[in-house]
Design a protein. Sequence first.
Length: 196
Amino acid sequence: MKKAILAILIIGLCGVPFAVAQDHGEVGAFADYVRLQPSSTDHYGVGGRLSINVHPVVALEAEMSYDFSHGINETFSNAGSTPTGSATVTRTRLRILHGLFGPKFQIGTGAIRAFGTVKGGIVNFRLDARPATFSTFTSSIDDLRRNNVDGALYPGGGVEFYAGPIGIRGDVGDLIYFNNGAHNNLRVAIGPSIRF
């Protein structure tokens, strides 16, 4: 019994420096949803983010995401019956690449933390008939200077839940892009993150 208690104590003490070192920043991946206006279309994609804590309540965060799928709602009905709905997600020719950078203001410590953010960056819209692969994503980044790039602003907020260094984060906000005026677009992202 004494050996088991001693082993647990040693393992716990070895984890203390790692637990203290978990508050320098975060790295994460996420799935995102954008409700694009004025077309009122749903777009789905993936992305990644990196944030570095510059103060206990402020982090600088950079993120990029690539939306390559489009949600379509269709209604089917039989003659004389009530219409029933169905949602379908398909690959679309319209791809959206958005990169954002800015401060994240954090409230709370430990396992649960709420945050608010205001980021600036770019949004790139392109039509591409090629399949959505890693090479089409990298060519989208390479061609940014030759294609339509609009300025973007993203005010948003969310919640992070952690068990040690591993957690999950969800956020929601307004992805505003500027092209002949401001266009407001709902954006929701959720995914795992790791504190370091």
